[in-house]
Design a protein around this ligand. Structure first.
Ligand SMILES: [Fe+2]
Ligand SMILES: [Fe+2]
Length: 314
């Protein structure tokens, strides 16, 4: 990945794309109208991106005194995240016009803001930067998968624009992470713990609440419990897992841990295989392990690791 300069002249007025660059009139509604899972994926993303404001202020305050970081967060990162929300909202309104986005968002936000406390930040600025890298890794992968999966070219273009922003955000956060790691003398073990904490937070309450409100539109009056949430989430994982850029995602997770080249190759290879194995077709294996019925999981896992090891050894 090439490094970008956080001091470049890109202000909101110089943003890389705007809603005017998206050919909304070309949306092929017939292609997406009945795609319920796609509806959930786009709608929940639009809700969560739009709610960025709730934690952006907290993050900016956390870095007060560091003018370079706060300027970038305020003038670029926050602005771009909110634009993602507006663009996805517009897509939802155009593709599924019977869906009253504003009203449903109000319901989502009322519950989201009551149940989700402002995100707990990491104890040091360096670790928070590492944590932010993981968030941007997740969104980069999500929009890559969404774009690859989408049957509509307009959504593919939109997902590409957002994905490029998210990858660039990662690069900025990573650059600031390096600066703070030096300043705060942070150990690899500390970074590992922060990365792990953030990885465990993926698919948190915000996704569940967003999905609940989107689901209510498609199925008015039907209850939305945890079982149903897990069922839809499993389908989404299976689908996105098939299109997720596993190798890129693993590289982005490992980068703040700065392993040596040989360890990097080994770990990258094995974890990429595991990522495919766990997120994609083998999600059932995880569920089976939890329920105590893990027949077939370990032999397949072993075969998968051996396969990757053979590739690495050659
Ligand atoms: Fe975003
Ligand atoms: Fe981002």
């Amino acid at each position: 990945m090439s490094m970008v300069s956080p001091t470049s002249k890109h202000s909101p007025a110089h943003q890389r794309w705007t809603l005017d660059d998206i050919p909304w009139h070309a949306i092929r509604r017939a292609e997406v109208a009945d795609q319920e899972l796609l509806f959930y994926l786009v709608t929940t993303a639009s809700f969560i991106e739009t709610a960025t404001d709730t934690y952006a202020r907290n993050l900016i305050k956390y870095y007060s005194g560091d003018e370079e970081v706060t300027t970038w967060l305020e003038q670029h990162w926050q602005h771009e995240e909110l634009q993602h929300g507006r663009a996805l909202k517009r897509y939802v309104q155009a593709a599924w016009p019977t869906f009253d986005w504003d009203e449903i968002y109000r319901g989502f936000f009322a519950e989201f803001s009551a149940h989700c406390e402002v995100e707990a930040l990491e104890p040091t600025r360096c670790l928070e930067m590492a944590s932010r890298c993981i968030v941007e890794m997740g969104t980069s992968g999500y929009y890559t998968a969404l774009g690859r999966f989408s049957p509509d070219a307009v959504l593919r273009l939109l997902a590409k624009c957002i994905r490029e922003d998210e990858v660039r955000h990662y690069k900025y956060f990573f650059r600031y992470f390096l600066l703070y790691r030096e300043r705060e003398n942070t150990s690899r073990a500390q970074v590992f713990k922060a990365v792990w904490r953030r990885l465990r937070m993926i698919d948190g309450d915000d996704s569940r609440i967003a999905l609940k409100h989107a689901y209510a539109i498609r199925h008015p009056g039907e209850p939305f419990d945890n079982r149903l949430y897990r069922k839809i989430q499993k389908r989404a994982r299976y689908l996105l897992g098939a299109y997720f850029p596993h190798e890129m995602g693993v590289k982005m997770v490992l980068k703040p841990l700065h392993p040596g080249p040989r360890v990097q190759r080994l770990v990258q290879s094995v974890i990429t295989a595991l990522s495919r194995y766990l997120l994609w077709g083998e999600w059932r294996g995880i569920l089976n392990i939890r329920s105590g019925a893990c027949a077939g999981f370990y032999p397949r896992l072993r075969a998968c690791i051996l396969n990757q090891w053979t590739r690495f050894a050659h």
